[in-house]
Write a protein that binds this ligand. Structure first.
Ligand code: ZN
Length: 349
Protein backbone atom coordinates (compact mmCIF):
# COMPACT_ATOMS: atom_id res chain seq x y z
CA UNK A 1 0.00 0.00 0.00
CA UNK A 2 1.32 3.42 -0.90
CA UNK A 3 1.30 5.73 2.09
CA UNK A 4 -0.44 8.99 1.35
CA UNK A 5 1.40 12.15 2.29
CA UNK A 6 -0.62 14.64 4.25
CA UNK A 7 -1.22 17.98 2.57
CA UNK A 8 0.98 19.70 5.13
CA UNK A 9 3.86 17.31 4.39
CA UNK A 10 3.35 17.81 0.70
CA UNK A 11 3.95 21.54 1.14
CA UNK A 12 6.66 21.41 3.82
CA UNK A 13 8.80 18.87 1.94
CA UNK A 14 8.38 20.44 -1.49
CA UNK A 15 11.94 21.03 -2.76
CA UNK A 16 11.18 24.24 -4.66
CA UNK A 17 9.22 25.78 -1.79
CA UNK A 18 11.99 24.81 0.62
CA UNK A 19 14.78 26.30 -1.45
CA UNK A 20 12.89 29.52 -2.15
CA UNK A 21 11.98 29.90 1.53
CA UNK A 22 15.61 29.31 2.50
CA UNK A 23 16.85 31.89 0.02
CA UNK A 24 14.45 34.64 1.09
CA UNK A 25 15.05 33.97 4.77
CA UNK A 26 18.84 34.10 4.51
CA UNK A 27 18.57 37.28 2.46
CA UNK A 28 16.52 38.88 5.22
CA UNK A 29 13.61 39.22 2.81
CA UNK A 30 11.13 38.61 5.61
CA UNK A 31 8.17 40.08 3.71
CA UNK A 32 7.98 36.70 1.99
CA UNK A 33 6.66 35.12 5.17
CA UNK A 34 3.77 37.53 5.59
CA UNK A 35 1.08 34.85 5.65
CA UNK A 36 -2.64 35.55 5.52
CA UNK A 37 -4.34 32.90 7.53
CA UNK A 38 -7.81 34.38 7.67
CA UNK A 39 -7.72 35.20 11.38
CA UNK A 40 -6.34 38.75 11.12
CA UNK A 41 -3.31 38.30 13.26
CA UNK A 42 -0.52 39.46 11.01
CA UNK A 43 1.27 40.79 14.10
CA UNK A 44 1.81 37.23 15.37
CA UNK A 45 3.54 36.11 12.18
CA UNK A 46 5.61 39.31 12.17
CA UNK A 47 6.67 38.52 15.73
CA UNK A 48 7.46 34.89 14.94
CA UNK A 49 9.51 35.52 11.84
CA UNK A 50 11.55 38.33 13.40
CA UNK A 51 12.24 36.12 16.45
CA UNK A 52 13.26 33.26 14.18
CA UNK A 53 15.59 35.51 12.22
CA UNK A 54 17.16 36.80 15.43
CA UNK A 55 17.71 33.26 16.63
CA UNK A 56 19.69 32.25 13.54
CA UNK A 57 21.17 35.60 12.52
CA UNK A 58 24.74 34.60 13.42
CA UNK A 59 24.76 31.49 11.24
CA UNK A 60 23.06 33.48 8.48
CA UNK A 61 25.89 36.04 8.67
CA UNK A 62 28.48 33.24 8.59
CA UNK A 63 26.81 31.61 5.61
CA UNK A 64 26.35 28.38 7.57
CA UNK A 65 22.59 28.50 7.88
CA UNK A 66 20.51 25.62 6.52
CA UNK A 67 16.93 24.43 6.98
CA UNK A 68 18.23 21.36 8.85
CA UNK A 69 19.17 23.68 11.73
CA UNK A 70 15.53 24.52 12.36
CA UNK A 71 13.33 22.56 14.73
CA UNK A 72 10.47 20.66 13.10
CA UNK A 73 7.97 23.35 14.07
CA UNK A 74 10.21 26.19 12.89
CA UNK A 75 10.70 24.57 9.51
CA UNK A 76 6.99 23.91 9.15
CA UNK A 77 6.27 27.52 10.05
CA UNK A 78 8.84 28.91 7.60
CA UNK A 79 7.76 26.87 4.60
CA UNK A 80 4.01 27.18 5.24
CA UNK A 81 4.13 30.95 5.70
CA UNK A 82 6.20 31.18 2.55
CA UNK A 83 3.59 29.08 0.72
CA UNK A 84 0.79 31.41 1.90
CA UNK A 85 2.74 34.46 0.77
CA UNK A 86 3.81 33.06 -2.60
CA UNK A 87 0.23 32.28 -3.57
CA UNK A 88 -1.30 35.52 -2.41
CA UNK A 89 -3.25 37.52 -4.92
CA UNK A 90 -1.79 40.79 -6.08
CA UNK A 91 -1.95 43.40 -3.36
CA UNK A 92 -4.79 45.85 -3.49
CA UNK A 93 -3.96 49.51 -3.13
CA UNK A 94 -3.53 50.47 0.50
CA UNK A 95 -6.66 52.61 0.66
CA UNK A 96 -8.81 49.57 -0.02
CA UNK A 97 -7.33 47.62 2.83
CA UNK A 98 -8.48 47.59 6.36
CA UNK A 99 -6.93 45.99 9.39
CA UNK A 100 -9.64 43.40 9.06
CA UNK A 101 -8.28 41.75 5.97
CA UNK A 102 -9.97 38.95 4.20
CA UNK A 103 -7.87 36.16 2.85
CA UNK A 104 -6.91 36.64 -0.74
CA UNK A 105 -5.13 33.60 -2.02
CA UNK A 106 -4.90 32.66 -5.69
CA UNK A 107 -6.25 29.11 -5.88
CA UNK A 108 -5.44 28.77 -9.56
CA UNK A 109 -1.74 29.31 -8.82
CA UNK A 110 -1.83 26.54 -6.22
CA UNK A 111 -3.59 24.20 -8.68
CA UNK A 112 -0.97 24.91 -11.36
CA UNK A 113 1.99 24.61 -9.02
CA UNK A 114 1.01 21.24 -7.54
CA UNK A 115 -0.90 19.98 -10.61
CA UNK A 116 -3.97 19.46 -8.49
CA UNK A 117 -7.71 19.73 -8.89
CA UNK A 118 -9.55 22.64 -7.33
CA UNK A 119 -10.94 20.52 -4.49
CA UNK A 120 -7.48 19.40 -3.53
CA UNK A 121 -6.13 22.94 -3.65
CA UNK A 122 -8.95 24.15 -1.38
CA UNK A 123 -8.20 21.39 1.13
CA UNK A 124 -4.45 22.07 1.00
CA UNK A 125 -4.93 25.79 1.55
CA UNK A 126 -7.33 25.19 4.42
CA UNK A 127 -5.06 22.70 6.16
CA UNK A 128 -2.07 24.99 5.81
CA UNK A 129 -4.00 27.94 7.26
CA UNK A 130 -5.30 25.86 10.16
CA UNK A 131 -1.76 24.69 10.88
CA UNK A 132 -0.23 28.17 10.77
CA UNK A 133 -3.00 29.51 13.03
CA UNK A 134 -2.27 26.70 15.49
CA UNK A 135 1.49 27.37 15.41
CA UNK A 136 0.78 31.07 15.96
CA UNK A 137 -1.31 30.56 19.08
CA UNK A 138 1.17 27.99 20.42
CA UNK A 139 3.95 30.47 19.92
CA UNK A 140 2.22 33.20 21.93
CA UNK A 141 1.69 30.71 24.76
CA UNK A 142 5.35 29.79 24.63
CA UNK A 143 6.36 33.47 24.74
CA UNK A 144 4.23 34.13 27.79
CA UNK A 145 5.73 31.11 29.54
CA UNK A 146 9.34 31.98 28.72
CA UNK A 147 10.68 35.34 27.50
CA UNK A 148 7.60 37.30 28.55
CA UNK A 149 6.88 35.48 31.80
CA UNK A 150 6.86 38.80 33.66
CA UNK A 151 3.59 39.62 31.86
CA UNK A 152 1.39 37.00 33.51
CA UNK A 153 -1.37 39.59 33.85
CA UNK A 154 -2.05 38.93 30.13
CA UNK A 155 -2.70 35.24 30.59
CA UNK A 156 -6.49 35.45 31.16
CA UNK A 157 -6.83 37.13 27.74
CA UNK A 158 -4.52 34.72 25.96
CA UNK A 159 -6.52 31.78 27.32
CA UNK A 160 -9.59 33.09 25.50
CA UNK A 161 -9.40 31.36 22.15
CA UNK A 162 -12.11 30.90 19.55
CA UNK A 163 -12.44 28.86 16.41
CA UNK A 164 -13.07 30.66 13.15
CA UNK A 165 -13.47 28.42 10.11
CA UNK A 166 -11.49 25.71 11.89
CA UNK A 167 -8.67 28.12 12.77
CA UNK A 168 -7.83 28.79 16.37
CA UNK A 169 -7.67 32.52 17.10
CA UNK A 170 -6.85 34.81 19.98
CA UNK A 171 -8.03 38.41 20.16
CA UNK A 172 -6.16 41.17 18.36
CA UNK A 173 -5.54 43.22 21.53
CA UNK A 174 -3.63 40.50 23.33
CA UNK A 175 -1.46 39.61 20.34
CA UNK A 176 -0.68 43.29 19.76
CA UNK A 177 0.58 43.67 23.31
CA UNK A 178 2.66 40.52 23.10
CA UNK A 179 4.15 41.73 19.82
CA UNK A 180 5.13 45.00 21.48
CA UNK A 181 6.66 43.47 24.61
CA UNK A 182 8.52 40.86 22.58
CA UNK A 183 9.92 43.52 20.26
CA UNK A 184 11.05 45.60 23.24
CA UNK A 185 12.68 42.61 24.89
CA UNK A 186 14.60 41.85 21.69
CA UNK A 187 15.69 45.46 21.20
CA UNK A 188 13.86 45.42 17.88
CA UNK A 189 13.19 48.63 15.94
CA UNK A 190 9.65 49.44 14.86
CA UNK A 191 8.90 51.41 11.71
CA UNK A 192 5.62 53.27 11.30
CA UNK A 193 4.62 53.99 7.70
CA UNK A 194 1.77 56.44 7.46
CA UNK A 195 -0.09 57.18 4.26
CA UNK A 196 -1.47 60.64 4.90
CA UNK A 197 -4.35 61.87 2.77
CA UNK A 198 -5.33 65.49 2.58
CA UNK A 199 -7.27 67.26 -0.16
CA UNK A 200 -6.76 64.43 -2.68
CA UNK A 201 -3.07 64.45 -2.04
CA UNK A 202 -1.36 61.43 -0.53
CA UNK A 203 2.07 61.33 1.00
CA UNK A 204 3.86 58.58 2.89
CA UNK A 205 5.60 59.61 6.07
CA UNK A 206 7.84 57.23 7.99
CA UNK A 207 8.96 57.17 11.56
CA UNK A 208 11.40 54.82 13.20
CA UNK A 209 11.46 53.91 16.87
CA UNK A 210 13.88 51.92 18.96
CA UNK A 211 13.53 50.69 22.53
CA UNK A 212 14.72 53.09 25.16
CA UNK A 213 16.33 50.51 27.37
CA UNK A 214 16.54 52.89 30.32
CA UNK A 215 12.77 53.05 30.63
CA UNK A 216 10.44 50.07 30.91
CA UNK A 217 8.59 49.19 27.68
CA UNK A 218 9.29 52.58 26.16
CA UNK A 219 10.15 53.26 22.52
CA UNK A 220 11.71 56.49 21.36
CA UNK A 221 11.88 58.05 17.95
CA UNK A 222 15.15 57.93 16.04
CA UNK A 223 16.57 59.51 12.96
CA UNK A 224 17.53 57.28 10.05
CA UNK A 225 21.17 58.19 10.53
CA UNK A 226 21.30 57.02 14.10
CA UNK A 227 20.35 53.47 13.10
CA UNK A 228 22.61 53.33 10.07
CA UNK A 229 24.97 50.66 11.37
CA UNK A 230 22.39 48.02 12.22
CA UNK A 231 21.31 46.96 8.73
CA UNK A 232 21.05 43.24 9.46
CA UNK A 233 18.55 43.65 12.25
CA UNK A 234 14.98 42.44 11.81
CA UNK A 235 12.31 45.13 12.21
CA UNK A 236 8.55 45.34 12.47
CA UNK A 237 6.82 47.47 9.87
CA UNK A 238 3.46 48.90 10.87
CA UNK A 239 1.64 50.51 7.99
CA UNK A 240 -1.60 52.37 7.92
CA UNK A 241 -3.44 55.45 6.83
CA UNK A 242 -4.30 58.82 8.17
CA UNK A 243 -7.06 60.99 6.74
CA UNK A 244 -7.16 64.71 7.26
CA UNK A 245 -10.62 65.63 8.56
CA UNK A 246 -9.95 69.31 9.03
CA UNK A 247 -12.39 71.06 6.68
CA UNK A 248 -10.43 74.27 6.91
CA UNK A 249 -7.08 72.60 6.27
CA UNK A 250 -5.07 74.38 3.61
CA UNK A 251 -2.87 71.39 3.02
CA UNK A 252 -1.22 69.15 5.58
CA UNK A 253 1.98 68.86 3.65
CA UNK A 254 2.91 72.48 3.34
CA UNK A 255 4.44 72.91 6.73
CA UNK A 256 4.80 69.28 7.75
CA UNK A 257 2.42 70.04 10.61
CA UNK A 258 0.82 66.63 10.39
CA UNK A 259 4.12 64.86 10.72
CA UNK A 260 4.90 67.01 13.74
CA UNK A 261 1.47 66.35 15.27
CA UNK A 262 1.81 62.59 14.92
CA UNK A 263 5.28 62.64 16.43
CA UNK A 264 3.92 64.49 19.42
CA UNK A 265 1.00 62.05 19.73
CA UNK A 266 3.20 59.01 19.72
CA UNK A 267 5.63 60.60 22.15
CA UNK A 268 2.84 61.46 24.56
CA UNK A 269 3.30 59.50 27.75
CA UNK A 270 6.04 57.01 28.56
CA UNK A 271 4.33 54.30 26.50
CA UNK A 272 3.24 56.44 23.57
CA UNK A 273 3.71 53.82 20.88
CA UNK A 274 2.05 51.08 22.92
CA UNK A 275 -0.87 53.43 23.54
CA UNK A 276 -1.31 54.00 19.80
CA UNK A 277 -1.11 50.28 18.99
CA UNK A 278 -3.50 49.27 21.76
CA UNK A 279 -6.03 51.88 20.61
CA UNK A 280 -5.84 50.43 17.10
CA UNK A 281 -6.22 46.87 18.36
CA UNK A 282 -9.16 47.64 20.64
CA UNK A 283 -11.22 49.61 18.14
CA UNK A 284 -12.55 46.63 16.15
CA UNK A 285 -14.02 43.20 16.84
CA UNK A 286 -11.57 40.93 18.65
CA UNK A 287 -12.63 37.63 17.14
CA UNK A 288 -13.30 37.35 13.42
CA UNK A 289 -16.90 36.68 12.45
CA UNK A 290 -18.04 37.20 16.03
CA UNK A 291 -18.70 40.91 16.20
CA UNK A 292 -20.49 40.89 19.52
CA UNK A 293 -17.94 38.71 21.25
CA UNK A 294 -15.30 40.46 23.28
CA UNK A 295 -13.08 39.37 26.14
CA UNK A 296 -14.24 38.23 29.50
CA UNK A 297 -12.37 40.51 31.87
CA UNK A 298 -13.60 38.95 35.10
CA UNK A 299 -10.16 37.42 35.70
CA UNK A 300 -8.38 40.61 34.65
CA UNK A 301 -10.40 43.65 35.76
CA UNK A 302 -7.47 46.02 35.40
CA UNK A 303 -6.93 45.01 31.77
CA UNK A 304 -10.64 45.53 31.28
CA UNK A 305 -10.18 49.15 32.25
CA UNK A 306 -7.20 49.73 29.98
CA UNK A 307 -9.06 48.04 27.14
CA UNK A 308 -12.05 50.36 27.58
CA UNK A 309 -9.66 53.30 27.72
CA UNK A 310 -7.95 52.14 24.51
CA UNK A 311 -11.32 52.03 22.73
CA UNK A 312 -12.05 55.54 23.90
CA UNK A 313 -8.66 56.83 22.75
CA UNK A 314 -9.24 55.22 19.32
CA UNK A 315 -12.53 57.05 18.82
CA UNK A 316 -11.51 60.40 20.24
CA UNK A 317 -7.95 60.67 19.04
CA UNK A 318 -8.28 59.23 15.55
CA UNK A 319 -7.13 55.61 15.60
CA UNK A 320 -10.33 53.95 14.43
CA UNK A 321 -12.14 52.98 11.25
CA UNK A 322 -14.73 55.69 11.94
CA UNK A 323 -12.10 58.25 12.75
CA UNK A 324 -8.75 57.51 11.09
CA UNK A 325 -7.61 61.13 11.45
CA UNK A 326 -4.37 60.25 13.24
CA UNK A 327 -3.28 56.72 12.36
CA UNK A 328 -5.26 53.62 11.48
CA UNK A 329 -3.11 50.49 11.40
CA UNK A 330 -3.80 48.38 8.32
CA UNK A 331 -1.05 45.84 8.25
CA UNK A 332 1.98 44.67 10.19
CA UNK A 333 4.82 42.69 8.70
CA UNK A 334 8.45 41.85 9.24
CA UNK A 335 11.49 43.01 7.38
CA UNK A 336 15.11 43.86 8.02
CA UNK A 337 16.62 47.31 8.16
CA UNK A 338 18.82 46.40 5.22
CA UNK A 339 15.81 45.54 3.04
CA UNK A 340 13.50 48.35 4.01
CA UNK A 341 14.99 51.29 5.64
CA UNK A 342 17.16 52.94 3.04
CA UNK A 343 14.37 52.98 0.50
CA UNK A 344 12.38 55.42 2.55
CA UNK A 345 15.03 57.10 4.64
CA UNK A 346 17.48 58.58 2.17
CA UNK A 347 20.72 58.89 4.04
CA UNK A 348 22.64 62.08 3.43
CA UNK A 349 26.12 61.49 2.07
ZN1 ZN B 1 -4.92 68.46 5.95
Amino acid sequence: MVEQKSKIDLVVTHPQLQSEALLFFTQGDLKNFDALVGEQACQIRATMITDLYDKYVDSIKNNTFGLEMLTGEEKTFLVLTYFLTKFKQQEHPLEQKELIMICRIDLQKIMDFFHMQKNSAVVTLHEVQVKVAELSVNYLNLLLNTKLSSHQELKPLLMQQHLSGGRVTVGCYISMMLMYYDAFKNNRPIVIKVERECKNQVKTINFIYTPNLGEKDCYIQQTAQSIKKTGNQPVLIIEGKSTCTDQACRGCFEHENFSHKLQQTIKAGPQGLLRVLCANAAQHAQFIGQDDLSYDFSQAPQLGQTYAKSKEIAEHEGYSLHNPSTFLVQHIYASTLAKEIYSFFPIPQ
